[in-house]
Design a binder for this molecule. Structure first.
Ligand code: NAD
Ligand code: UDP
Length: 316
């Protein structure tokens, strides 16, 4: 198949690109390199089945850009959007545009090519959840005027337009709600908790816990997530939304201590102010993914952190 991956030079996108190339597909990556980098794909750049294009999906890509020996695109994975709070809050208006205008362009392209399109949605659509664990039927608790809204509401609107394109134009959509994912290829300046703590531990700097550290997250290793995304893309008669994540819920304080132990670091822990609207708890209910996709994550937090620590050691 010819598969378009937007955001393919980013953290999850680069793993997905490699996974699909290894299965013999032709891949076109569209990325503006805002938070991703061609370096994430440099080990694949000689693969004749990979075409990397610098492009901002807020604009419709030209036919020439998308030409890869065959005009029809079979599948689109839409991952292009900054995902870390510091990055998506850097230019919030642009974040909304990436989620909404970018997706509108990709949906139009899917319609034109009669292609299947998968939207990378997020657990952030549940906001600061009042229902725990979060099931797909929960409508969420999002502050629509807060600093996280550009991302949360952008992604909520993205789900809306996927479903409207499906109802109005019969576009073949798939929606996955991704929960916190970590692993090699996260950017050093990403600002998310796993990469921050590992880099701080490896460089002897204090680990910065925001707030008391009693807030929870559930961390999924990237290889498990990619498998779930690809399974979702290949299912029939199920469009989602479906939660993809690891239900093993941890406090941020536990994570800091675990990373100190695994790195053997003598870094201190300091507490800083909790960001506005930071969700207190988050854990996916993955029953739907288990039932519909026969999917569940396999990697333990220890094994995943060890691989991620090894990666950052090689980068520093
Ligand atoms: P990332 O920031 O590493 O990757 C995003 C990629 O999109 C980058 O390569 C960036 O350069 C590119 N991009 C951003 N705006 C663009 C635009 N306008 N046009 C073209 N390219 C653009 O983040 P990630 O963690 O790999 O996330 C990938 C997707 O998964 C995002 O849509 C994100 O919202 C979603 N997601 C990720 C997580 C997670 O924990 N990693 C959780 C929930 C949802
Ligand atoms: N966090 C932290 N220290 C950091 C970065 C993040 O304590 O250096 C906290 C953050 O406040 C949040 C949790 O870790 O409660 C996860 O943050 P991240 O940005 O990784 O993901 P998200 O908030 O989007 O789930």
């Amino acid at each position: 198949m010819t598969i378009l991956i937007t955001g393919g030079a980013g953290f999850i996108g680069s793993h997905l690109t490699e996974y699909l190339l290894n299965r013999g597909h032709k891949i076109i990556v569209l990325d503006n390199f805002f938070t991703g980098s061609p370096d994430n794909l440099k080990h694949l750049k000689n693969n004749p089945n990979l075409k990397i294009i610098k492009h901002d999906i807020i604009n419709m890509p030209s036919k020439e850009k998308l030409d890869f020996g065959k005009t029809k695109i079979d599948q689109i994975y839409n991952l292009a959007c900054p995902a870390s709070p510091i990055h998506y809050q850097h230019n919030p208006i642009k974040t909304v545009k990436a989620s909404v205008l970018g997706l509108l362009n990709m949906l139009a392209l899917a319609k034109l090519n009669d292609a299947r399109i998968l939207q990378a949605s997020t657990s952030e659509v549940y906001g600061d959840p009042l229902e725990h664990p979060q099931r797909e039927s929960y409508f969420g608790n999002v502050n629509c005027i807060g600093p996280r809204a550009c991302y949360d509401e952008g992604k909520r609107c993205a789900e809306t337009i996927c479903f409207d394109y499906h109802r109005q134009h019969q576009v073949d959509i798939k929606v996955v709600r991704i929960f916190n994912t970590y692993g090699p290829a996260m950017a050093k300046n990403d600002g998310r908790v796993v990469s921050n703590f590992i880099i701080q531990a490896l460089t002897g700097n204090a680990l910065t816990i925001y707030g008391a550290g009693s807030q929870t997250r559930s961390f999924c290793y990237v290889d498990d997530l990619v498998e779930g995304i690809v399974k979702m893309m290949s299912t029939r008669n199920f469009i989602g939304p479906v939660n993809l994540g690891n239900p093993n819920e941890l406090t941020i304080d536990w994570l800091a201590k675990k990373i100190l132990a695994l790195t053997g670091s003598r870094s201190k822990i300091v507490h800083q102010q909790l960001p506005v609207d930071d969700p207190i708890q988050r854990r996916p209910d993955i029953s739907l993914a288990q039932m519909k996709l026969n999917w569940q994550p396999k990697t333990t937090i220890e094994a995943g952190l060890k691989k991620t620590i090894k990666y950052f050691k090689s980068q520093l």
